[in-house]
Design a protein around this ligand. Structure first.
Ligand code: GLU
Length: 493
């Protein structure tokens, strides 16, 4: 059995950032490729940041994207459940475990009790800043005798537990993407490991859990790189094997700044809402930072699993380009099953009032036909409302001067009357009518080519370009087309 085990370890802040989804995706791809396991662990030790329902929301976003974990935290019937032999997978349920390991560290002399209060720490920080130094704990309690410390704790004094960073030692570790990283311990803070509320800090819990959960590769954003030396010190203090570290480049916006909420959508849920297909979002995200061999751009999840490698992830930030995502998504929409696209489109069409719930029940095939006329044209589902507006207003409004001119040609009236006459011969337009009408009109009027198609299109849609005319005719039906012809005759010629 493979001993490749990767984990995605988000803090439950309420949503999954698109950059975090990429981290989870890379975890997943690598684990699957190596026949290993991908684990979802929840890092909720920062109680100030706790958001109700956040874990459920996160799990659902990840599963929607198809990034399915093998072990860890799941949602079943609206309830959180945990599966796997290394649980619990929610850190706030692991406090006893951290207690045991912090005791071991204190015993070994790698951690110490600290009684400095906030006021003192603030003063130290201010003084250091004033001197132009990087703020760091001044190691004030490092020499406190353990027995004294225990007495003070028994007497009810508040305390934290800090890491005793070894003095003047080079801390070395390997990053799969960045190679060897060295930092001198004099630059590493005596980090708090256990806070005064008894909860571990991220730095402590992450090491204990990654070790106990047998994580082989720690994959995370490069913003965590600065804390890795502290974690390496902890691994060494415990005498544990150090996992492989993989620090991913940040996902940037087009201005090369960190992708942030202020500039638009960053939550996976936002993309879902707009009608991005999960397989397209995942395909595009994989390429933000990773470059496959060759020029291929459209990948299925299985192909990503086959081809992904950390060696081909760049050291510098990957740019998240919405236009590129739209292109990829458009490709997937084009190839998707029309019923799937229709079902995704319906809520958007209902929201703008183009259709009602009643239509969904009674005229599903008609809705589907309409959606299919623009399936090739949309890059995400919400965009559909801009493309199908032509089906919902019989008062033709030519899109520009050129379109207006198109209706002023001398043959337009002949064309219009002939069209009307052909419509009067049928109860309703059908495929045969839609497919043959232009041939019939050409024969009947002698008008052909551009002079036939362009005015007819403007007459029926107000636009110079758009979906196939045969399909438009079918979707509109006889009565709507007649209304449009009448309207044009009365107002636009
Ligand atoms: N809980 C951290 C986060 O919110 C995880 C960092 C790591 O993967 O070590 O991203």
């Amino acid at each position: 059995m493979s001993n490749v085990r990767l984990r995605f370890a988000p803090s439950p802040t309420g949503y999954v950032h698109i950059g975090s989804l990429r981290t989870a995706l890379y975890d997943y791809l690598f684990a699957k490729q190596k026949g290993g396991k991908y684990i979802l662990r929840v890092e909720d030790t920062d109680r100030n940041r706790y958001v109700e329902g956040a874990i459920e929301n996160m799990v659902q976003s990840l599963l929607w994207a198809g990034v399915e974990h093998d072990e860890g935290v799941f949602v079943e019937n609206g309830k959180l459940v945990q599966k796997g032999e290394y649980g619990p997978y929610i850190q706030s349920e692991r406090l006893d475990i951290y207690k045991k390991y912090i005791a071991e560290l204190i015993e070994k002399g790698y951690a110490y009790y600290c009684f400095c209060d906030k006021e003192r720490l603030d003063n130290v920080r201010e003084e250091q800043k004033a001197k132009g130094l990087t703020p760091m704990y001044d190691k004030h309690c490092r020499t406190t005798n353990i027995e004294d410390a225990k007495k003070r704790i028994e007497a009810g004094e508040e305390y934290t537990i800090r890491l005793k960073v070894p003095e003047n030692k080079d801390i070395l570790f390997n990053d799969v993407i960045r190679g060897e990283v060295t930092i001198n311990s004099s630059e590493v803070d005596d980090q708090v490991l256990i806070k005064s509320d008894g909860f571990p800090t991220y730095h402590f819990a992450v090491v204990v859990d990654d070790h106990l959960m047998k994580i082989s590769h720690v994959v995370r954003g490069e913003e965590w790189l600065v804390s890795t030396p502290k974690q390496v010190i902890l691994y060494e203090a415990f005498g544990w094997e150090i996992p492989k570290f993989v620090h991913l480049p940040t996902v940037l916006n087009k201005d090369k700044k960190k992708l942030s909420k202020r500039q638009g959508d960053v939550a996976v849920g936002d993309f879902k809402k707009k009608g991005y297909l999960p397989e397209a979002l995942v395909n595009y995200l994989a390429l933000v930072g990773w470059s496959p061999e060759g020029n291929k751009e459209i990948f299925s999840m299985d192909e990503l699993i086959d081809e992904f490698s950390f060696e081909r992830v760049s050291k510098t930030g990957g740019v998240f380009d919405n236009d590129k995502l739209n292109w990829v998504n458009g490709q997937f929409i084009r190839n998707a099953d029309i019923d799937r696209i229709t079902k995704l489109a319906i809520p958007h069409l209902v929201e703008v009032g183009y259709i009602t719930e009643n239509d969904v029940e009674n005229r599903y095939d008609w809705i589907k036909m309409m959606v299919s006329t623009v399936q090739e044209k949309i890059s995400y589902i919400a965009e559909i409302t801009d493309h199908v507006d032509i089906f919902f207003k019989n008062e033709i409004d030519p899109e520009n001067e050129e379109a207006k001119e198109m209706l002023k040609g001398e043959q337009v009236s002949t064309l219009l009357e002939a069209f009307k006459e052909e419509l009067s011969l049928v109860d309703e337009v059908d495929e045969e009518f839609a497919n043959s009408i232009f041939k019939v009109l050409k024969k009947k009027t002698g008008i052909k080519g551009k002079n036939l198609f362009m005015p007819a299109r403007v007459m029926i849609t107000g636009q110079l370009h758009g979906p196939d005319m045969g399909n438009i005719i079918l979707v509109l039906g006889k009565q709507n087309i007649l209304k449009r012809i009448e309207y044009v005759k009365r107002n636009l010629m």
